[in-house]
Ligand binder design. Sequence first.
Ligand SMILES: [Zn+2]
Length: 310
Amino acid sequence: MTTLVLHHQACFRHEPGPGHPESPQRLHVVLGALQQPEFAQLAWREAPPGTREQVLLVHHAEYVDAIADAAPRGGLVALDGGDTLMSAGSWEAVMRCVGAACAGVDAVVTGEAGNVFCATRPCGHHAEPDRAMGFCIFNQAAIAAVHALDRHGLERVAVIDFDVHHGNGTQAAFFDRPELFYGSSHQSPLYPGTGAAHETGVSGNIVNLPLPPGCGTEVFRARMTNELLPALRRFAPELIIVSAGFDAHRCDPLADMNLEDDDFGWITREVMAIADDLCGGRIVSILEGGYSAAGLAGGCAAHVRALMQH
Ligand SMILES: [Zn+2]
């Protein structure tokens, strides 16, 4: 079974402006890393455009309309102070992110691919049902999870998020839905300030693992092993979606955790072991954050290298 990478050139054309950390260059780094010879066995496909119906699985119609209306013909429009901006190419970029995530679910549920990596941007996990936030406009990981329930009739879907920031948007979308599980490791305190351990959702379906600034491999692996991974296994997902951010890497300029490249390989292998036991190995991984070229290239390569060993 192959590992499929979904991507689209439109994802380069979301341009939040000079000096913005969530730059098109990030995607050049990721795609460059995956062009190395060891990744020659990856299958590649262009992401289809997402549909309004898919976006509405998570986001409110008024919000979707407001984003469509806000998209500029030129220049930049700010949605969330100075953090989240739209350029002329942003609408198509975010719709390709949604389309990639849903097509990734389709591919693993139908057995066309063993697992999937969506090499898309911008990231999505801060986007709440009615609000853009933290570089994120639509929440493609949350949308993909609900798509798996609605389109394919799955009964339990989990999102595991190892981005260094808490995915407040995914948590908000899942909080009252016991059929959806959200597990997040993240630095605390840090933006956006949510993700305390006592935020547990309607049925214990939210598991937050706040980690102290400065921590690294040992603390990350121990707490994942003792807390988050057992909770994921107990939930017994039929599909696992990964919000794969690489900003907990020691090189990242926006946070203060100290993970090494191979920590991203390790967590990937741990999640894969659970997916192998419980859901036929079905994993759809979606790029979230990661703002140093070295951390993004090394972490992402370790992650996809692991995905290919299934
Ligand atoms: Zn992040």
